[in-house]
Design a protein around this ligand. Sequence first.
Ligand code: 6PG
Length: 486
Amino acid sequence: MEQTADIALIGLAVMGQNLIMNMNDHGYTVVAYNRTTAKVDEFLEDAAKGRTTILGAHSIEEMIKLLKRPRKIMLMVKAGKPVDEFIETLLPYLEPGDLIIDGGNSHFPDTIRRTHYLESKGLLFIGTGVSGGEEGARFGPSMMPGGSVKAWPLVKDIFQAICAKTPDGEPCCEWVGNDGAGHYVKMTHNGIEYGDMQLICEAYQLMKEGAGLTNEEMHEVFTEWNKGELDSYLIEITRDILGYKDPANGEQTLDVILDTAGQKGTGKWTSVSSLDLGIPVTLIGEAVYARCLSAMKEGRVEASKIISGPNFKFEGDKKAFVEDIRQALLASKIISYAQGFMLLSEAAKEYKWDLNFGEIAMMWREGCIIRSAFLGKIKAAYEKNPKLSNLLLDEYFTEVIERCQPAWRRAVSKAVEAGVPVPAFSTALSFFDGYRSARLPANLLQAQRDYFGAHTYERVDQPRGKFFHTNWTGKGGNVSSSTYTV
Ligand code: 6PG
């Protein structure tokens, strides 16, 4: 058997199959393998029919024999245990310098562990985010690889050939950083995806229940929105969903979908990480909780029969209200991305990753679910100032958010008045008001902590790091408690 294949791919579900086809379109010889080997034959006889440079393997031995050295093997299997199982299965067949790539939605601590484990055996490992669904995988996904630094030159050409390209022709795939950096960035992408989707859902509910717009009218609104600052994949598909009628009966499919959201956990991971790192990524958190609340369908139905909201009747100019909602969506989106990049910045410090924020924005510009014109602006902001401390302080974003501020406040106020829940819009606005405040009420909070637990406080007229305690009641004494973090 000749060693002619450039790369092997394990896992022939739709993402795996499409990545193979994509690689093959770009001139690479690929070995396809699947644990259930009948899938290999099906693939060769169906999607890959007639392609002589897609080779099927019916065993790991056969797959290994077909590969050029150093061997590159990409796993497109379910995240979690299956990845570890395949790594163990492959180990006896590999030689120092060979590379395993995990292209699933793996949790970044697993990717950190796997990188170190395989490197300890002289092997290389990459954990790469792959975004864009089936179509992305087939014609150009966004790819976020991290892991063993030495592995990047081995796959750079392949990855940058198959990935999406920005309007300027740059590949939406760059080396992200060592060990878990790629999967961390993909996790954050997914968190932001949750936030973007929730914002769109709030805009929809506000238009529908606040101002009584029909699906057709909202289809028009999203068509317009997609031509401007909000131009993005998620706005585009929302436009199409709102305009979709079942060809069989003319029914508006959106209206018959049960209002309980599913989730696979990547948004939750982002929120947990933000809590671990102490970064207020409030919008993604609210987006995750909004999915949780939606899942409490029976409880909500029950409550709706007992608790009533305000008697609201929309009065005024619907067109102006829709424009307020557009601006609220744009401003909230800026907050969400600012929070996402704050998280990435802290993670870079914590995990010692040298993250390039401009390149991350570039990787998300095309191919992935959050792709948008807006990401081009973020890329430009970080290119202009790679050390930008917060996206909100970039001239462009400061101008947009200041311009949108009055409309954003009106939209949130109207939602509150109408009793329409807008957790993401309003948390974004609260974050904005908190972030731009030189003084917050935490002085009172510190006083309370010191009052009941002698937890001490710093003073405005003393250097930072000097702590004081007040004997608030005259009974507690002057001894302060020690500092510790759980
Ligand atoms: C992507 C997506 C994808 C994710 C889905 C489902 O980048 O292509 O993020 O990786 O699996 O969006 O996620 P939820 O089921 O959690 O909504």
